[in-house]
Design a protein around this ligand. Structure first.
Ligand code: ADP
Ligand code: MG
Length: 332
């Protein structure tokens, strides 16, 4: 498998701001790769470096094995779907989608044909004569996607493309983007600050903080085996156990994470790992979230609402599987 994008110790500093800081990264051809992280963590800067709108202040970038330094954006075989779509309001949909072809001197008939094909890909056939102002947010998003796909780039960069859509539309577009990516076999580099979106869509995820990658791996790796408190915290509501507590339940004296759904009440007669005092119960519909005091720490357990539930104030024996307690490598 070839490497689509490689960062070798890449930095992009703006004065004292280290937007991207000594980053190493490899994205394989055909991968759906998500850059996940809080606002200001360097995700957009990374995309702009790949696109060629920014140059590294240190390090090297390769795109399909070739040094990207000095290669202008339009020669990179990379296209971008911008966060705000950046459509031209005075041009109709066809002309927006075919804009790049027009700049390159492709004749009007060929432009129209290719634009119509691109619109078909994003399920917007028949909308070619409308102006962006006559479209919904979701439709504008599709136009931006069609424009980016029209010349079949080898790498598509998407900067929080679904951020402006409401939840239902967002979920629909997540499914569509995913199947489009697989059917076109284009490498997607997808920026989001939404951990659920990254975990559900990507083949691999890189979690960013302060211009650095805290951890990169499959969604399962990131979710089940976070290396640091930052990743455990950012990726989902996990219990973080301090070293003293981990030691008291038979683990090493290190930080560890324990997912709320991995905790349960030990059946009678079964060995217990710890005891917890129920502090609060919150009904969530199909499940119940239970706050527990365990050795002075507040832990969360999630149980199915249909089972027998403990009462507030009750002292309960707790169970989890051997591999559920995950000791974090990067935390001392
Ligand atoms: P993200 O996309 O993860 O929100 P960005 O890559 O946009 O983060 O920004 C990372 C950091 O770099 C932020 O602190 C941001 O303010 C800073 N930054 C980005 N672009 C510039 C610029 N052109 N000039 C100065 N600082 C910038
Ligand atoms: Mg951004």
């Amino acid at each position: 498998m070839s490497i689509a994008v490689r960062f070798q110790q890449v930095s992009r500093h703006y004065g004292a701001v280290r937007a991207v800081d000594d980053l190493n990264l490899e994205i394989a051809e055909g991968e759906f790769f998500a850059l996940l992280g809080p606002s200001g963590s360097g995700k957009t800067t990374c995309l702009r470096l790949i696109a060629g709108f920014e140059q590294p202040t240190a390090g090297h970038i390769e795109i399909f094995g070739e040094r990207a330094e000095g290669v202008p954006p339009y020669l990179r075989n990379v296209n971008t779907v911008f966060q705000d779509y950046a459509l031209f309001p005075h041009l109709n949909v066809i002309d927006n989608v075919a804009f790049g072809l027009m700049v390159r001197g492709v004749d009007a008939k060929a432009r129209r044909k290719q634009a119509e094909e691109a619109l078909e890909l994003v399920k917007l056939s028949g909308f070619g004569d409308r102006k962006p102002g006559q479209l919904s947010g979701g439709q504008r998003q599709r136009v931006a996607l069609a424009r980016a796909l029209i010349n079949r780039p080898k790498v598509l960069l998407l900067d929080e493309p679904l951020g402006a859509l409401d939840l239902k539309l967002r979920e629909q577009m997540q499914d569509e983007l995913k199947s489009l990516q697989k059917s076109l076999n284009i490498t997607f580099v997808f920026v989001t600050h939404d951990q659920g979106e990254a975990l559900s869509m990507a083949d691999r995820v890189a979690v960013f903080n302060h211009g650095k990658i805290m951890q990169a791996g499959t969604p399962e790796d990131i979710y089940q085996r976070p290396h640091s408190r930052f990743v455990a915290d950012f990726v989902g509501s996990s219990n973080l156990l301090p070293p003293v507590l981990v030691k008291s339940v038979g683990g090493p004296e290190r930080w560890a994470s324990l997912r709320p759904e991995a905790l349960s009440i030990a059946p009678e007669g079964q060995p217990e790992r710890a005891r917890g005092k129920v502090a609060a119960l919150t009904y969530l519909g199909a499940s119940v979230r239970i706050a527990l005091d365990v050795g002075g720490e507040r832990l969360t357990m999630v149980l199915p609402a249909r089972g027998t539930l403990p009462a507030v104030g009750e002292d309960v024996p707790l169970h989890w599987d051997d591999d559920a307690l995950h000791v974090m490598e990067d935390e001392k």
